[in-house]
Ligand binder design. Structure first.
Ligand code: NAD
Length: 365
C-alpha cells in the first residue's frame, strides 16, 4: 500500500485516513518535530502517493530548519479532484480526523487554498495561510514564494555571472509561484522569454509581454491563450530547453531528470517547485557548471510568511524576513559548496541537518 522510508530524522508519524461515507482518502506525514510543531501544506490531487507526501514532508523539515523557523516538517495529501463539488465536506472530514494531531499545522499547497484552510481552522483552530478575514496573510495573492525566488536570484545570479537587468528567464509552471516569480523578476529588470503550464509553452526570445501573458492566463485559463507576433508554441516540457539565463521550475516534482538535464541551456536554476530536480540531475547540473539552488532555500518564502502569520506578525515584517533569510541562506550554501567543493544541495542539507540534530539531542524522541 505504501512505501515508507525510515531514517534517523523520521518520519515521526504517518497517518492514513479513510472514510467511504465522507469520500475521504488522505495521508498525513509528520516527519520531524524537534524544532517545533510541523508545518506543511495539504496537497490535493486525484491520486496521492504516500511516498511523495513523505518526500515533501522531509523537504519541509529541511526548509523550516534552514529558515530558522520554530517548526518541524510535515505534509498531507488528499486524493480528490481539486474541483470536486464535495471539497468542503471532504476537508471538514479531514480536519476532524486530524484535530487531535497537535504536531501538525496544515497550510495551503497545490489544489488547496486559504478557503480550505478556513474549513480546517473551524475544526482544529490550527492552520497557516488563512484568509485575511481570519487574520491570515494570503501567501499566494501576496506572491510570498515568488518574491523569495526573486530575492534568491539577486544573490545567486552574481555567483552564476549573470546580471539580473536584462537576464532571460524561463518559467516551468505559470501558476501561483511561477507567476509571482515572473512579476518580481521583471521588477528587477529581467525579461521573461518563456512560460509553460500544463497546456504548453509560449516562447519569444525577445521577451513575452508579461501583463499580456497574465491577462491571457486569467481569461483563457492557460498560457496558450497568449498572442504575440514573435511567439513560438512548444510542448510544456520544452520550456526547460529554451535559450535563457535563468530557469525557474515552478510546477511539479522530478521535472528535471537524467533524461533531459543535458538539454538545459540556463546558467542558473532556481527551484520554485518542491523537488523539481532529481538527485542524479543535481549531480549532472553541477558537473556542467550550472548553478542550482535547492527548493528548500529558493522557495521558502511561503512557509516563512506562514510562520510569521502563525506568530501574529504583519505582512511587511514577513516580506523583510523572507528577503533577509533567503538572501543569507543562498549566500551561505553557495559559499559552503564552493569552499568544500560539493553540490549546493548537499551543503544545504548539511546545514539544515546540523540544526535539527542539535534540537533532537534535547528531546526524548
Ligand atoms: P499552482 O497549481 O498554482 O501552479 C502550478 C502550475 O504548474 C500550473 O500553471 C500548472 O498548469 C503547471 N503545471 C503542472 N504540471 C505541469 C507540467 N507537467 N508542465 C508544465 N506546467 C505544469 O501551484 P503553485 O502553488 O504555484 O505551486 C507550484 C509548485 O511550487 C509546487 O511544487 C508546490 O509544492 C511548490 N510550492 C508552492 C508554494 C506556494 O506558496 N504556493 C510554496 C513552496 C513551494
Amino acid at each position: 500500500m505504501c512505501d515508507i522510508k525510515k531514517d534517523e530524522l523520521g518520519p515521526l508519524k504517518v497517518l492514513h485516513l479513510h472514510s467511504s461515507k465522507a469520500g475521504l482518502d488522505a495521508v498525513v506525514v509528520v516527519d520531524n518535530t524537534a524544532l517545533g510543531p510541523a508545518v506543511g501544506g495539504v496537497r490535493v490531487r486525484l491520486s496521492v502517493d504516500t511516498s511523495e507526501v513523505q518526500r515533501l514532508a522531509r523537504t519541509m523539515t529541511f526548509k523550516n530548519s534552514i529558515a530558522g523557523l520554530p517548526h518541524g516538517g510535515g505534509k498531507a495529501g488528499i486524493s480528490m479532484d481539486p474541483a470536486s463539488q464535495d471539497k468542503k465536506k471532504i476537508f471538514h472530514a479531514f480536519a476532524e480526523l486530524i484535530s487531535s494531531l497537535d504536531e501538525y499545522i496544515p497550510g495551503p499547497d497545490m489544489g488547496s487554498d486559504e478557503e480550505c484552510m478556513a474549513w480546517i481552522y473551524e475544526e482544529t483552530g490550527r492552520t497557516v495561510g488563512l484568509p485575511e478575514r481570519l487574520g491570515g496573510l494570503p501567501l499566494d495573492r501576496l506572491g510570498a514564494t515568488g518574491f523569495g525566488v526573486s530575492e534568491c536570484a539577486e544573490v545567486a545570479s552574481r555567483y552564476a555571472g549573470i546580471g539580473l537587468e536584462g537576464a532571460r528567464v524561463a518559467i516551468h509552471g505559470f501558476g501561483s509561484v511561477g507567476m509571482a516569480a515572473s512579476k518580481f523578476m521583471a521588477l528587477k529588470g529581467s525579461v521573461i522569454v518563456a512560460a509553460a503550464d500544463i497546456t504548453g509553452t509560449v516562447f519569444d526570445p525577445s521577451g513575452l509581454d508579461l501583463d499580456g501573458l497574465i491577462q491571457a492566463k486569467a481569461k483563457t485559463g492557460s498560457v496558450a491563450g497568449y498572442q504575440g507576433p514573435g511567439v513560438r508554441r512548444l510542448k510544456p516540457w520544452e520550456v526547460l530547453t529554451v535559450a535563457c539565463d535563468i530557469l525557474i521550475p515552478a510546477a511539479t516534482a522530478d521535472v528535471i531528470n537524467i533524461n533531459n538535464v543535458g538539454l538545459i541551456k540556463a546558467k542558473l536554476v532556481l527551484q520554485g517547485a518542491n523537488l523539481p530536480v532529481t538527485d542524479e540531475a543535481e549531480d549532472a547540473l553541477y558537473k556542467r557548471g550550472i548553478l542550482s539552488v535547492p527548493d528548500f532555500i529558493a522557495n521558502a518564502g511561503g512557509v516563512i510568511m506562514a510562520a510569521m502569520e502563525y506568530a501574529k506578525k504583519g505582512k511587511d515584517e514577513a516580506f523583510r524576513a523572507i528577503s533577509q533569510k533567503i538572501k543569507e541562506n543562498t549566500r551561505l550554501i553557495i559559499e559552503k559548496a564552493k569552499k568544500e567543493d560539493k553540490l549546493p544541495v548537499t551543503a544545504a542539507r548539511q546545514l539544515a541537518l546540523e540544526r535539527i540534530k542539535e534540537a533532537m539531542e534535547q528531546r526524548a524522541y
